[in-house]
Ligand binder design. Sequence first.
Ligand code: FNR
Length: 372
Amino acid sequence: AQPTPAEAATGIPAGVFCAQDYEALAAKALAGATMAYIAGGAGRDQTLDANRAAFGQWSIWPRLLRDVGAGHTRLSLGGPALAHPLLLAPVAFQTLVHPRGEIETARAAHATETCMLASTLSSFRLEDIASAGGPTRWFQLYFQPSRDATLALVRRAEAAGYGALVVTLDAPIQPASLRALRAGFRMPADCVPANLAGLPAAPATAEPGDSRIFQGMMRTAPGWDDFDWLRAQTRLPVWVKGVMHPDDAAQFVQRGAAGLVVSNHGGRSLDGAPASLRALPAVRARVGKGTPVLFDGGIRCGEDVFKAMALGADAVLIGRLQVYALAVAGALGVAHMLKLLREELEACMALAGCATLADIGPDCLLPKPANA
Ligand code: FNR
């Protein structure tokens, strides 16, 4: 499609009518192997597919004549107020899809009042991402093989003004994606984690006869004591990303987590794990209203955001849509994608009779009968 004059003037790519349209454009813009790496899940994509399918099991119940004239999407997750509940999920190595990677994403987050979660494995240093972006940013932390190295990252995030740490615990090892392997994907040599320059790499080799997994890759994986240690090192709120089981959720809350992210890493960790949307109600039920719960996995439109909020999320993280928009149009693409997604959510709220996020609850949904 030719861009309209308005699109040509703004630089918005032609053919984008909804946030998900960036996916098809990214598939054209990126090399096939790169697209396979981003779009794919771990193993056979069972959990990846389940994440999407779970949204299809719910309908949204329209309501009539409700006054939403004072409607808004504001919320607070413990820190400064947020304008809307769409946060940018941590995504590693963004120079894979755009030469200025996370710098562009940070600019988009600023322009759209979005909280960005910068990955430990970013292509740019967390300090550079902070200076490129707005005031609302969190740092996604991966435990490093030594506590000294982990603490160095924490101190840098504090100094750079990150408002929270989000420690991702669901991927101490990441099984390969068969889709990416079969497409011949290799991480380019210049895609390196800028934050970890100079830090020692994990000593992952096992002795002969040992398991490559248990005694190898998992040797430096964190445990509960590391979580307690981390909490004691910082005054920043510590969130946990990757929570799927209500018993884990309860443990983290008891040990002082500021909030939880129900997530299965976008289907990129345990292949065979349930859809994150299925895990969400049980986690919410266990931790009650007092603990903020975020959600990610499979969100592609505003109606998906609404369903996640109805099933217990306070806000959501956007993963792949962010990467696709970045690949197609840099900061402008990410900002445009977020604007479209936010408008889809607002339209959905209005037609479901919800003036505020607090009005979105389980009674806004109807389960779909099988085959309906
Ligand atoms: C991720 N994700 C991720 N999570 C994390 O905690 N740290 C990271 O560095 C990364 N890196 C990363 C790279 C790529 C290419 C993808 C697709 C995902 C997981 C991410 O934060 C989020 O949980 C999922 O992407 C959410 O699912 P959707 O929105 O992609 O379906």
